[in-house]
Design a protein around this ligand. Structure first.
Ligand SMILES: [Zn+2]
Ligand SMILES: [Zn+2]
Length: 137
């Protein structure tokens, strides 16, 4: 059993079926914290956790990906947009960790050193957002 009520070890396991299911304690604490303070205790679905080198190649992950070290997860949440989650994450951790947003959700990692942030949403999605903002204005 992990010391978390919200996440199970199997949720972090590499999707290829190898037995890479390590869970980093700091990442787990960070996820519990985000679940409470960003996602208001709603489910965070881990779509990708640990990756062995073979699986990382298969899903076209970056060569130095934190997923290879069991230090990163990709998350889906139905209740908060990636951009809102990023805004709140920056308030909680202005100088720490990695947080990237995509059309499908967010990537969170515990790399050491200064904060890393990125927005890899596609242009199509961004233009859709602009259209929505225009409609609302
Ligand atoms: Zn694997
Ligand atoms: Zn990722």
């Amino acid at each position: 059993m992990l010391p978390s009520k919200n996440f199970k070890r199997s949720e972090f396991a590499c999707k290829c079926g190898c037995s890479f299911n390590t869970v980093d304690a700091e990442l787990l604490n960070l996820l519990d914290y985000c679940r409470k303070y960003i996602y208001s205790n709603t489910p965070m679905i881990i779509s990708s956790g640990n990756r062995c080198p073979k699986h990382n190649l298969k899903v076209k992950g970056e060569p130095g990906s934190k997923h290879l070290l069991a230090e990163a997860v990709d998350i889906h949440n139905a209740y908060k947009t990636p951009e809102d989650a990023l805004e709140q994450f920056n308030k909680l951790f202005p100088n720490k960790y990695g947080f990237g947003i995509y059309n499908w959700g967010v990537h969170i990692d515990i790399h050491p050193g200064p904060a890393r942030r990125w927005d890899r949403r596609s242009n199509k999605r961004k233009s859709e957002i602009k259209v929505i903002l225009k409609v609302l204005a």
